[in-house]
Ligand binder design. Structure first.
Ligand code: CMX
Length: 433
């Protein structure tokens, strides 16, 4: 058994025992109340799920196993000569709650490269799709098609013991994470680069090799991918894509199917697709205004016109956060360091100075600040990736790290089928009395 798997098994056995004892002693204790407004309000704030890999605070933002993004940037191993953390290190941290050594991270890079080969039928399935199929749809089909290789499904059909669910889920998670950059790069090159593909470079790390296979060369883009794939990896369990995966996986659907289901959720414009919507909206702004250097007044008018048309300002607002998203800040710092005088990046910063006042003045928006999606597009365009329909796929590749680490934990802890209670409006009216 490999070192990571062994550590995960030992830790999960311990926590499982502790949780069972906790539930026995405290299971009947009330920890929260639900208000009628929450029942109608998309379950905001209702505490009803265990998610060990990260947690979100409205003011402070995300912490992965207790660590903020700047702390991860300091503590996680890096590529030789690099400054950004390797996402392999974050996966290790999320799975076993330990900062890995350089050697452990190098092992994980190699291990994922060994597991990365895509099944031939996945490539065949993708080539039958119309080339204008949205990249997220292609990704979801590609992931589902690989379910033929699910270790969990195969072993379940053979009568696997419950006690081994964690083992099969770990194998599936490792295989799927290893394959995702290859699948995503295949989709990108097929859709936008005349179906000309770039062979992997086995000497590179997971994110660096992904950048290479996308065909965008240069050390800075590799560093951007390392940062990007780290900061998008997890956002506790309640967000729509993580929760969808968690729900589907709780039926003992394997992670190919449950992660694909989560990605259907990420593909919505109020969630992950917002990253394409932001840059599309900015590009439309520059076209309408006939300048890439708009004045403050022009930007204000464009925002107000968007709102007047009954549309949201993409990249702004959040269901939990009540401050600028630290993932926005991390990208801004990257851009300040590496990118000088880029018109789209400057517009992103201009929007940061303009949107919050306007959204705040509406009196209904709970969080007028930028979220993770407000910045990424302008940076990607700067490095030459202008095909914004692909951006949510980058988010998806990263999000696999958190969702799949959490799926391993769900199966190791023996979490049950998820089944909240719905009520009718009549029931709610009576209960409110
Ligand atoms: N622009 C305009 N109006 C907004 C807004 C925005 N960016 N954010 C919130 N509002 C509006 C809501 O649409 C809602 O209006 P109605 O009462 O008329 O329906 C009102 O303000 C209250 O909403 P809220 O409680 O502040 O926000 P929610 O928790 O309901 O929604 C979110 C959160 C992210 C869906 C919302 O802020 C939004 O639509 N943002 C734009 C899309 C976006 O950037 N999504 C990406 C989120 C991050 C991610 O998951 O990747």
């Amino acid at each position: 058994m490999d070192e990571l798997k062994k550590k995960f098994h030992e830790k999960s056995l311990k926590l499982r025992k502790e949780m069972r004892a906790f539930i026995k002693a405290n299971g009947a204790k009330k920890v929260d109340d639900v208000a009628a407004g929450q029942v109608f309000g998309g379950m905001r704030g209702v505490k009803s799920m265990i998610w060990e890999t990260s947690s979100l605070d409205a003011k402070e933002g995300i912490r992965f196993r207790g660590k903020t993004i700047p702390e991860l940037q300091k503590l996680l191993p890096k590529r030789k000569g690099g400054k950004e953390p390797l996402p392999e290190g974050l996966f290790w941290l999320m799975l076993v709650d330990e900062i890995p050594t350089q050697k452990q991270v190098n092992w994980l890079s190699n291990e994922w490269e060994k597991r990365a080969k895509l099944p031939a039928h996945t490539l065949s399935v993708l080539t039958t799709l119309s080339p204008d199929t949205h990249p997220m749809t292609q990704l979801i089909i590609g992931i589902s098609s690989m379910q033929t290789d699910s270790v969990f499904s195969k072993r379940y059909a053979e009568g696997m013991n419950k006690a081994d669910y964690w083992d099969a889920t770990y194998e599936d998670a490792m295989n799927l994470i290893a394959r995702l950059p290859h699948l995503a790069a295949f989709i990108y090159r097929r859709s936008y680069k005349k179906n000309i593909h770039i062979p992997e470079d086995r000497s590179l790390d997971w994110a660096g090799n992904f950048a290479h296979m996308l065909g965008i060369e240069g050390l800075q883009f590799k560093e951007l991918m390392r940062l990007y794939l780290t900061i998008h990896a997890d956002h506790e369990g309640g967000n729509a894509s993580a929760h969808t995966s968690h729900l589907v996986n709780s039926t003992l659907s394997d992670v190919y199917l449950s992660f694909a289901a989560g990605m259907c959720s990420l593909a919505g414009p109020l969630h992950g697709l917002a990253n394409q919507e932001v840059i599309k909206w900015i590009m439309e702004m520059t076209k309408e205004l006939k300048t890439t250097k708009p004045t403050k007044e022009q930007v204000q008018k464009y925002i107000n016109d968007t709102l007047a048309k009954g549309k949201v300002i993409p990249g702004y607002g959040h269901a939990v956060l009540r401050q600028p998203d630290p993932r926005f800040t991390a990208q801004r710092i990257f851009a300040e360091k590496h990118i000088k005088n880029d018109d789209f990046v400057n517009i992103v910063w201009q929007l940061f100075d303009t949107v919050p006042d306007i959204l705040g003045s509406l009196g209904k928006v709970k969080n007028p600040w930028p979220n993770v999606d407000a910045h990424s597009g302008a940076i990607l365009v700067h490095y030459g990736m202008k095909e914004y329909s692909f951006y949510t796929v980058l988010f998806a590749v990263s999000r696999a790290l958190g969702i799949l680490a959490a799926s391993c934990w769900s199966r190791a802890l023996g979490l049950p089928l998820e089944r909240p209670k719905s009520v009718t409006f009549d029931w709610l009216k009576k209960a409110a009395k």
